[in-house]
Design a binder for this molecule. Structure first.
Ligand code: MN
Length: 256
């Protein structure tokens, strides 16, 4: 099998006194395990060169991280807004725009789901505990693969098909979430308090899924529903855009 190249958007973080460019290894492991070749793209590349950086790849993952600057959805900053990373915002918005132009399959994870919603014209809750208090703790201090709340997935949906289930218990490390859904997106997963946990785009020949939890953290459970998301992305990336055009009418092709 010719393994597709999957770009993973990275961040720059200070660690041990040095700025380091990278991603959590769990993303790269999940993609490699699903049969893709992970290619890490750093915001140091710059927004102007995002399209060129994507040229060799067949798919894109937008990953977790800092809060999106609310100026991108024309909201005043909440006092509870977390740290921002303007260079990463600009780079990922450019990556997403370039990926859409090429109709590349895109999987958004946590911040990635939020970036996609904002890029397409939606808005975010800037801080769930202060703006939309609910019964469920979405950001607790537990291990990265602790399954802490239920997620209900709409059936049928491309997300349910990719996961192989309509109901699961996920990890959760987010204090933000989708507020106003962007035009063109459909909500396909919710937590029990109504917080949006998954979206997808329908009605185009692109391939766009996004989830609010962190499926990559379950790379040590290769057969889990979470990990099947990466198989679905790799499968879509392996198919030609012409074949993917059938995703509306022949969703059985999702796994390539
Ligand atoms: Mn959650």
């Amino acid at each position: 099998m010719n393994r597709p190249l999957i770009a993973i958007s990275g961040s720059i973080r200070r660690y041990d006194g040095t700025d380091r460019a990278g991603v959590n290894a769990a993303y790269a492991r999940s993609i490699a395990q699903a049969g893709g070749i992970p290619i890490i793209l750093t915001p140091a590349i710059g927004a102007e060169a995002a399209a060129q950086a994507l040229a060799p790849v067949q798919g894109l993952i937008l990953t977790g991280g800092h809060d999106v600057d609310p100026q991108h959805y024309e909201a005043p900053p909440s006092p509870a807004l977390g740290p921002l990373d303007p260079a990463r915002d600009d780079f990922e918005l450019a990556l997403f725009g370039a990926a859409r132009q090429r109709k590349l399959p895109v999987l958004g994870i946590c911040r990635g789901l939020q970036v996609i919603n904002v890029a397409l014209g939606g808005t975010l809750w800037q801080d769930l505990p202060s703006e939309r208090p609910g019964a469920i703790q979405h950001d607790s201090e537990v291990s990265r693969n602790a399954r802490t709340h239920h997620v209900l997935v709409k059936e049928p949906s491309h997300l349910a098909q990719a996961l192989g289930t309509g109901k699961l218990v996920t990890n959760s490390f987010h204090h933000q979430a989708i507020r106003d859904l962007a035009p063109g997106l459909q909500v396909t997963a919710w937590a029990e308090d109504g917080v949006i946990e998954g979206v997808e785009e329908t009605g185009t020949d692109g391939w766009l899924l996004a989830v609010q939890w962190h499926p990559e953290e379950f790379h040590q459970e290769p057969g889990s529903a979470d990990q099947l998301l990466f198989h679905a992305l790799v499968g879509a990336a392996s198919a030609s855009p012409g074949r993917r055009a059938g995703w509306e009418t022949a969703p059985g092709r999702l796994h390539g």
